[in-house]
Design a protein around this ligand. Structure first.
Ligand code: KG4
Ligand code: ZN
Length: 345
């Protein structure tokens, strides 16, 4: 194929990701995670993440090239997450990408992490439906985006709403901790919930009351839910009775998935958009996938969710968006491209 070969680098949080794509074809997706080093702290420690990226960068690049069956000099362009994310972590990826761009004399494309979570779906399901309503739910973000041009130049990725406190994945991680489940808690809650009763406790649905909808129709809030779970668990512990972990996990998960799917579908219907794309680590949640499908189908809306390995942070998503920028003739970044920890979409 004569489509350009793109290498993408992701270091915004705790995964060092290097992906290689040609057009919409995924050739390699190497990920090294420092998650185990953060587990005992119950959350990602920025300094630890930056050091881990530095150590993992070259081996991960080498592993990706080996898997793709290419050598670095075959690469036509470098893409890198320039933000948002942890400042020090982003800098490691951006510096590595600049070194490659200079060494190979190839263009560099700084890409937005959130837009990359959307673009990755084309590796699995083909060309992106534009416009689409993207719901990004991870440990660091919970956003609803209206996507008309995923490359985001001249607008194209418009935030409709976001969390006003904790991210959805953060809520999963905190509630897991309350229930004595390991970090990161999302997959453990997901598993526990399968054996639990989702109507055991009627936990609050944040920002769904009429008065909240006026100002926060497409925004989320999960900190009240987390507190409600904490109170419930404390009360149960005080009473001396055992905490029904599976039932609490299922009831909590239902509250999160109920609000997420309700708001995503409301946003799509309001915007007249008939495709919802879900990305980010929480998109791996089995209940979220089923409920989104069910509710969207009832409104004639199609749901696309990449496979779990592409939902969590990875380099392939960055390469996918870089590939799209090249294909759409977007202007490359300058070599003094900064890392921007609070970069808007
Ligand atoms: O996208 P991601 O890998 O990293 C960022 O935070 O950017 O997302 C990680 C988050 C964690 O909070 C994790 O608990 C959550 O995604 N997660 C899940 C599931 N798998 C991962 N949450 C709910 N259910 C899951 N199956
Ligand atoms: Zn992410």
């Amino acid at each position: 194929s004569d489509e350009p070969l793109i290498l993408g680098i992701e270091t915004s949080c705790d995964e060092t990701g290097v992906g290689i794509v040609r057009g919409h074809t995924l050739l390699a997706d190497a990920v090294a995670s420092s998650v185990d080093e953060h587990a005992r702290f119950g959350g990602v420690v920025p300094e630890v993440a930056s050091r881990a990226h530095l150590e993992a960068m070259v081996p991960t690049i080498e592993r990706a090239c080996e898997t793709a069956g290419i050598v670095l000099t075959d690469v036509d362009a470098i893409a890198v997450t320039s933000g948002p994310g942890l400042a020090g972590a982003l800098m490691v990826g951006v510096a590595a990408a600049k070194a490659l761009a200079v060494g190979l004399d190839k263009p560099i494309y700084g890409v937005n992490h959130l837009a990359a979570h959307v673009a990755v779906d084309q590796l699995e399901h083909g060309p992106l439906p534009e416009p689409c309503l993207a719901m990004l739910v991870s440990g660091g973000h919970s956003s609803l985006l209206r996507v008309t041009d995923v490359t985001g130049q001249h607008g194209g990725v418009d935030p409709l709403g976001a969390t006003i406190d904790d991210a959805a994945g953060e809520a999963f991680d905190k509630v897991a901790r309350l229930l004595g489940l390991p970090f990161p808690g999302g997959p453990h809650i997901d598993r526990a919930a399968r054996e639990g009763d989702s109507v055991y406790v009627d936990f609050p649905r944040g920002l769904t009351a009429r008065r909240d909808l006026e100002r926060h129709r497409f925004d989320f809030s999960f900190s009240g839910l987390k507190t409600a779970v904490a109170r419930w668990v404390e009360a149960r512990e005080r009473s001396g009775e055992p905490v029904p972990v599976n039932d609490v996990a299922a009831s909590f998960q239902e509250a999160v998935c109920d609000v997420l799917t309700r708001k995503a579908i409301d946003a799509a219907v309001t915007e007249g958009i008939d495709h919802i794309l879900i990305g980010g680590g929480v998109a791996a949640n089995s209940r979220l996938r089923v409920l989104a499908e069910e509710r969207a189908a009832a409104r004639g809306i199609r749901v696309r969710v990449p496979r779990p390995g592409l939902c969590t942070d990875n380099g392939a998503m960055v390469a996918a968006l870089g590939s799209e920028m090249v294909a759409r003739g977007r202007t490359p970044s300058r070599l003094d491209l900064p890392a921007d920890s609070s970069q808007p979409v």
